[in-house]
Design a protein around this ligand. Sequence first.
Ligand code: HMG
Ligand code: MG
Length: 338
Amino acid sequence: AASDFVRIVEVGPRDGLQNEKQSIPVATKIELVNKLAQTGLKTIEAGSFVSPKWTPQMANSSQILEYLLETPPATPHPITYQWLLPNVKGLDNFLSAWQAKAGGDSGYPTPPPSPGSGATSGTNGSGAGANAHEISIFTAATEAFTQKNTNCSIAESLQRFEPIMARAKEAGLNVRAYISVALGCPYEGPNVDPHKVAELAVSLLEMGADEISVADTTGMGTAPKTAELLKTLSAAGIEKNDLALHFHDTYGQALVNSLVSLEHGIRTFDSAVAGLGGCPFSPGATGNVASEDLVHCFHSLGLKTGVDIEKLSEVGEWISYEIGRSNESRAGKATMAQ
Ligand code: HMG
Ligand code: MG
């Protein structure tokens, strides 16, 4: 039987904030990560090393990384921090911050390979010891979206990953790989071929990716489409434990699609506190499924997430206020109103 533990990957500080127009102070971003790390969440995507011309909001991610390495918040358990990057330049920027703070003679031992499921590596001086840092690469299931998001073809995106993968493995870093627009594309329409997603997932796993996050960037996914995609991935030989699902909630189907995925044995889900977010290159698409909504739903099924829904709901209210957005989590608002 599948495990009753569901791993939530909190992507709010990255996917949630990247599309905000006004520049958010780095202190607010760090406070968000710190607060999330106190809720029981064990995996947090904390920023991205992308071109500041393309996604200006993420330009100060290296400051967040340096802060987390130098002054990791005391947390009840180790945290795995994830960092999104598209190319070798992004990896260089990530590694120079990481190696300066985490490696060499800085007093922080270089972390050994991290096991990926939120477990530990190295020590970095926090009370909880043993945080881990991982990188995430990203491609997409349609040519049009790959061009808009990363200015290259799908094949070129895979070529870009080869040196990233090699150097990440050398540095002992886990690598997650996203496949965007798996259930609908803003440029090519709602019918994306699930076999293309499967083919990409197989290539990325063969290349050495530790986990594939299959993303419904546009929120065009429905229950039957999600089921068909998951069946196609299984038929291609992809293990459920190698998959995460990443739902955006544009059409309000993210929870339904999460339940379909759960029934298919998926146990890792990406979400953003307060339902923050959207992709700058997916016009009209709204935020990720709210972490509070997922946690509330999973707990109602008797599943465990380790997350304290009240603490998480407070963080959702706080960040919504800080950036002047409405809180998009129904469960979060209801929890706060109790
Ligand atoms: P490009 O313009 O073709 O790149 O962009 P380039 O290599 O020609 O470089 C242009 C300039 O950018 C140069 O600077 C480079 O140095 C610089 P200049 O010489 O002109 O001063 N540059 C960089 N700077 C910092 N970090 C870097 C970097 N790379 C180049 N890594 C590129 C190609 C891939 C860089 C660009 O398209 C890009 O950054 N794309 C990322 C866009 C993005 O942030 N999208 C959102 C994240 S993905 C997402 O949200 C989906 C997800 O949530 C899943 C889902 O829901 O689908 C993950
Ligand atoms: Mg996303």
